[in-house]
Design a protein around this ligand. Structure first.
Ligand SMILES: N[C@@H](CCC(=O)N[C@@H](CS)C(=O)NCC(=O)O)C(=O)O
Length: 212
């Protein structure tokens, strides 16, 4: 039995996308963001009350990139795995990007009262986020995917960009934009997106840089 705990548009989307790429059977439990994630039943699965939590093979994986690695290793026949310096760097670089996406989501979305938001933090985080694209742009010159062929690393990064581009546009980064378009065409990515009627985390496609 495989069971994924997921919130729409969150990092758990990485695991959902990977499960679809692998064509595995699983149960999907969609949670709303909020205090329910901090109830004891869920904390027994994820010690910090976040998503994802992937129940699999008698254990629970509660880090999205760890789940990608585990699933890639569990299914070598899919050819989405890897190892070594490039694999580790680019798998985990998704979190260098997502830390800014998460901070900006907190500012623009979680803090529903605009008076609580900090335009300075919003601006610093968005500028630092855009800087993370520079390394990605360089890496993608002459490569369709981060490690050459499509792999689980691109699932982590594709979802990081899906979140990040709400706050820092990718259009001026030619290779990053082409890469993201390539990933977004994948049927498994599209299946991992919310559908009409689902509660969305992001009400806008893009949140402007504050003028401070
Ligand atoms: N490094 C973790 C981060 C997990 C995380 O912070 N998830 C966010 C959504 S992207 C979450 O569950 N937030 C809910 C909350 O903080 O209440 C991972 O990649 O799985």
């Amino acid at each position: 039995m495989i069971r994924l705990h997921h919130c729409h548009q969150a990092r758990s989307q990485r695991v959902l996308w990977m499960l679809y790429e692998l064509g595995l059977e699983f149960e999907l439990v969609v949670h709303a963001f909020g205090p329910k994630l901090r109830e004891p039943a869920y904390l027994a699965l994820h010690p910090a009350g976040r998503v994802p939590a992937l129940e699999i093979d008698g254990g629970v994986i509660f880090e999205s990139l760890g789940a990608l690695q585990y699933l890639a290793d569990r299914h070598p026949e899919a050819g989405l795995g890897g190892h070594g310096i490039d694999w580790l760097n680019w798998l985990n670089y998704a979190e260098t990007i997502s830390q800014h996406g998460a901070a900006l989501t907190q500012q623009h979305v979680a803090l529903s009262d605009p008076a609580m938001r900090s335009p300075v933090i919003c601006k610093i985080e968005a500028l630092r986020l855009a800087k993370t694209y520079v390394a990605l742009e360089e890496r993608l010159k002459g490569r369709a995917y981060l490690l050459g062929d499509f792999s689980a690393v691109d699932i982590g990064m594709g979802q990081a960009l899906y979140m990040a581009k709400h706050f820092a546009k990718i259009e001026e980064f030619e290779h990053v934009s082409a890469y993201y378009s390539r990933l977004a065409k994948r049927p498994a990515f599209q299946r991992s997106l919310p559908v009409e009627g689902d509660a969305l985390l992001y009400a806008q496609d893009y949140y402007e840089l504050p003028n401070v």
